[in-house]
Every structure is written in structure tokens, then in C-alpha cells.
Design a protein around this ligand. Structure first.
Ligand code: 13P
Length: 254
């Protein structure tokens, strides 16, 4: 089963819309067509830059999709400060990151809230990039597999086979995020294998179609080895995705 790689930039709370426009222009100058053909490339800026990024991508005819970093599960209503699925869809957004560890940690998102957001994403035609991963303590105490299995089962509960097949899972060990410490390619492969196995337990017919990314200090120096692993189908890139030169090299992995 061959799965098309998916390379996504998660800018987190960085870049004004002006800086975002400059990024896309510089990225376009650096990336070669082969980099954009081999994988799905997604840029997930803050909400305030979605429109600007989408406009430049369209005018340059770049084969890049735009993604949100979060969304609310209701489609509209009195939810001050929130952004809904229909608002993202109308902007041409195709993907939405859900359940990032920073949202789980700083904004108290649980597997249950992630699950209702995943369903809201599908209801609105968005593809969720659902994040899971263990803390350093959980890893040291031997709970990596049970933690990610639990998160996958509960964050992706009650979805159809068709929805599961479209879902992107991002395995991001929390201790590797923004720390410069990457999981070894083999560790990442092993845990991603565990994730695929638990998906297979619940959705045997489509588990091989699910794209599972690795995230956590991915950079131009380690992307090739990570992408050479059989079960790693892409990367969710934080810090290195803020630099158009580095992100261009990452999407053009060898
Ligand atoms: P870094 O690449 O900065 O470690 O961030 C990873 C991440 O959290 C992407 O969602």
C-alpha cells in the first residue's frame, strides 16, 4: 500500500500576515516542482494569516494546501473568540490540526473534545490532522504505547472507515517538541507502527491507508532518515517550518 507523504508546517503563534506572505513568496522561490509533486504540502498559519497565505498560494498557482491549527466544534453561535469549521472551509482551508499537545496541555483539551472536533471537521469537509504523543515521564516509565493507543482510540472514536482512511495522525512525542531532541527514526517508526496496529484493530480494512506523520524537532538534517522509515508518512514541523529555506528542504526530502 503506497501512501502519499504529507509534509505540514505548524507555525503555532508566529508570523503576522505580512510575514506570512513573505514566507510563501520565498518558499516558492526555493522549492522545486518535484518537492511539491511527491507529497501533499500543507501550511498551517495562525487564523489571522489564513486568507493571506491562501491568496498568495492561489495567485502563484502553488500546489500547497492551507490548514488551521485548531477549530471549535460548533458551526456558529455565541462562542466568543472561537473559529468554526464553516469559516475555515469558506477560506479554502483543507486541513485542521486537532489535539496538538500544546492545546491539550495549555487549553485543557481532552480526547473527548478532540473527538467532537474531529467529527466537526469531517462534517465541514476538512481533513483532521490529529496529534498524539507521550510525555518524557510516560516514556521513561514505559507507558509510550499505552498512552498513544488510548489517545488514538478515544480521539478517533465512532468514525466511519471512510473517515478514518482520510484522517492524518501526527505522532509527536512531547519531549521532542521544540527541544532539539528528535526521537530516533527507529523509535518513531516503532511507535507509529503501534498506532497503525491499534487503528487496524478497530478499522482493519482501511488502517493501511491512514497517513501517520512524525513531529518533534524535524529539520533538514534528520528528515531524510525519518522519511525512509516504512510507516512514517510525513512530518508535522514546528520551528524549522518558520524558515522558508528549511521548510523547502524538508518537503524536498530525499
Ligand atoms: P518543533 O518542530 O518545533 O519541535 O515542533 C513540533 C510540533 O509541535 C509541530 O506540531
Amino acid at each position: 500500500m503506497s501512501r502519499k507523504p504529507i509534509m505540514a508546517a505548524n507555525w503555532k503563534m508566529n508570523k503576522t500576515h505580512i510575514e506570512a506572505i513573505h514566507f510563501v513568496e520565498e518558499f516558492r522561490n526555493r522549492v522545486e516542482q518535484k518537492g511539491l509533486n511527491r507529497s501533499d504540502v500543507v501550511i498551517c498559519p495562525p487564523f489571522t494569516s489564513l486568507r493571506s497565505v491562501q491568496t498568495v498560494v492561489d495567485s502563484e498557482d502553488l500546489d500547497v494546501a492551507v490548514g488551521g491549527q485548531n477549530m471549535y466544534h460548533e458551526d456558529a453561535g455565541a462562542y466568543t473568540g472561537e473559529v468554526s469549521g464553516p469559516m475555515l472551509t469558506k477560506l479554502g482551508v483543507k486541513y485542521v490540526i486537532l489535539g496538538h499537545s500544546e492545546r491539550r496541555d495549555y487549553f485543557q483539551e481532552s480526547d473527548e473534545t478532540v473527538n467532537i472536533k474531529v467529527k466537526a471537521a469531517f462534517r465541514n469537509g476538512l481533513t483532521p490532522i490529529c496529534c498524539v504523543g507521550e510525555t518524557l515521564r510516560e516514556r521513561e516509565e514505559g507507558f509510550t504505547n499505552s498512552k498513544v493507543e488510548w489517545q488514538v482510540v478515544h480521539s478517533l472514536a465512532n468514525l466511519t472507515d471512510e473517515q478514518i482512511a482520510r484522517t492524518v495522525v501526527a505522532y509527536e512525542p512531547i519531549w521532542a517538541i521544540g527541544t532539539g531532541k528528535t526521537a530516533t527514526a527507529q523509535d518513531a517508526q516503532d511507535t507509529i507502527c503501534v498506532i497503525r496496529t491499534v487503528i487496524r484493530d478497530h478499522h482493519p480494512d482501511v488502517a493501511d491507508q491512514v497517513r501517520i506523520q512524525y513531529g518533534g524537532s524535524v529539520n533538514p538534517g534528520n528528515v531524510d532518515e525519518l522519511m525512509a522509515q516504512p510507516d512514517i508518512d510525513g512530518a508535522l514541523v514546528g520551528g524549522a517550518s518558520l524558515d522558508p529555506v528549511q521548510f523547502a528542504r524538508i518537503v524536498m526530502f530525499e
